[in-house]
Ligand binder design. Structure first.
Ligand code: PGA
Length: 263
């Protein structure tokens, strides 16, 4: 895992957008996995800006979102379909035919999940998956206890996730109890992974998934099993890391590191 600690949310957003843009420039038909939540909003703004000012071209990119609430139609203002349209898709030139976000109001979530997996495979697999992290250590909606072999499926949400996400709804009772989410197994098959996190409230869970044991109780710790993960944090989210000096040395000596490990 490469850990990049940045001073604040703004820089975290810029750095992560640069990483995504670099991959798109290298491979125009990149298969890009995307995430929702407060964390990536700044990253998506930066990507939209790069598209507008530097012509970053999304026309051949295929996008797959991680998850969606069960029961919410794509036009529902709390749906992740709506979120993605508002926060990214409307501002870039991605082809709507190449955009996949799980459909929350499907009649048959199980069949839908299998179709979603098939679509990812047919696209050639995920090249780069962007992730946030939940307060309970989840990636996607893979709540504690999710199997590391899990595929796209319906998952019941943890109490903490429902509380955390209630800020987007009028009242807590309105937060859906279930979501369709890519599995940990699905995520781990991405060629590269970029996880971003900011804020003091993510400090404990970041220390746990980066430096703690691999455990299904913190599903983000499964990323320790992946060979190409970049984590971009702000200072607050990085504040409980024990090996900060090491990560910062590697970040500041990138020219030396690149020569040796080729990243
Ligand atoms: P957040 O959510 O970006 O709104 O903190 C992250 C997540 O739950 O994955």
């Amino acid at each position: 895992m490469e850990i990049i600690i940045t001073p604040d949310y703004e820089q975290m957003s810029k750095t992560s957008a640069q990483i995504i843009a670099r991959e798109i420039r290298k491979q125009h038909d990149l298969v890009l996995g995307l995430a929702t939540g407060d964390t990536p909003v700044g990253t998506y703004k930066e990507l939209a800006k790069t598209h507008k000012e530097e012509g970053l071209d999304f026309s051949k990119v295929t996008a797959f979102n991680l998850d969606e609430y069960v029961g919410l139609a794509p036009l529902h203002e709390n749906s992740y379909n709506f979120f993605m349209e508002e926060n990214l898709f409307k501002d870039i030139n991605v082809n709507p035919e190449n955009v996949y976000v799980p459909q929350g109001n499907t009649n048959d979530p199980e069949e839908f999940s299998q179709w979603y997996e098939k679509k990812i495979k047919e696209a050639g697999g995920l090249d780069l998956q962007v992730l946030g992290i939940g307060g309970d250590g989840h990636i996607g909606f893979n709540e504690p206890g999710s199997s590391f072999a899990s595929r796209t499926r319906v998952k019941a949400l943890e109490k903490q996730t429902i509380e955390d996400n209630s800020r987007f709804f009028e009242k807590e009772e309105d937060v859906p109890r279930f979501a369709i989410t890519m599995g940990i197994g699905t995520i781990l098959e991405a060629k590269k992974i970029l996880l971003i996190a900011n804020g003091e409230n993510k400090a404990n869970v970041c220390a746990q998934f980066i430096e703690g044991p691999v455990s299904s109780q913190i599903t983000a710790s499964a990323l320790q099993l992946h060979s190409y993960v970049t984590v971009v944090l702000d200072e607050a989210a990085a504040s409980k890391l024990k090996r900060k000096d090491y990560y910062n040395w590697v970040r500041d000596n990138k020219h030396l590191v690149q020569k040796k490990v080729g990243r």
